[in-house]
Design a protein around this ligand. Sequence first.
Ligand code: ZN
Length: 245
Amino acid sequence: MRYLVLADIHANIDALEAVLREAAATSFDHVLILGDLVGYGAEPNAVVTRVRGLGPLTAVRGNHDKVAAGVADTQDFNPMAKEAAQWTMRAVDADNRAFLASLPVGPIAVDDLIEICHGAPFDEDAYVVDSLDALKSITDATRPVCVYGHTHLPMAMALVGRDFQYLDAEAGTSLRLEPGAHYMINAGSVGQPRDGDPRAAWAVIDTATRRVEFHRTSYDVSAAQERIRLAGLPESLARRLAAGR
Ligand code: ZN
């Protein structure tokens, strides 16, 4: 099985379409959606509709999806995120809102090897950024490979026996999943990367070869910026796309 991993698309249809074009060339059987389909970007309906049409998929909700669906409030959001969330709430149509509201709380076990969550296995809204977070996550995970999002930073961490390792998650890396080891894998963000590289980040996990392939895809950033400006969303949301921050 080849899983296409898409996290934190954040209503960026230009980034999503570019990723799907490139992913089609590598082929995949099933899509894993790690939450935050919407929020920040200007095309929440286009993104949700596109994702719903992708065929077999397993998804979990993100904090921005919860707010857009009216399942949570914006209490934990900074002023910019709050403004974007309120705009998104108004923009999302009834059908897509119902889909967002139906997204399950992570973690969700996908098969015997993989589970997915937005933040962490122990808390869907927690940020996994270092070895402490990763070790706590690995303790809580029910599968050897936990794939997560939320931080918008591509990362791969492993516990091999008692040895904790930070592994390479650069574009072009093909990471081999060793039997008996435990992994925390973040494919990075499709729609709002924050590692200084503006290219859309995604991954493919091949369970037959036990490999994770990390990818980056260039897309029309200026088109996504133009949509944000036309929507009247905060200018900083447009600017950060070019910086990848
Ligand atoms: Zn996010």
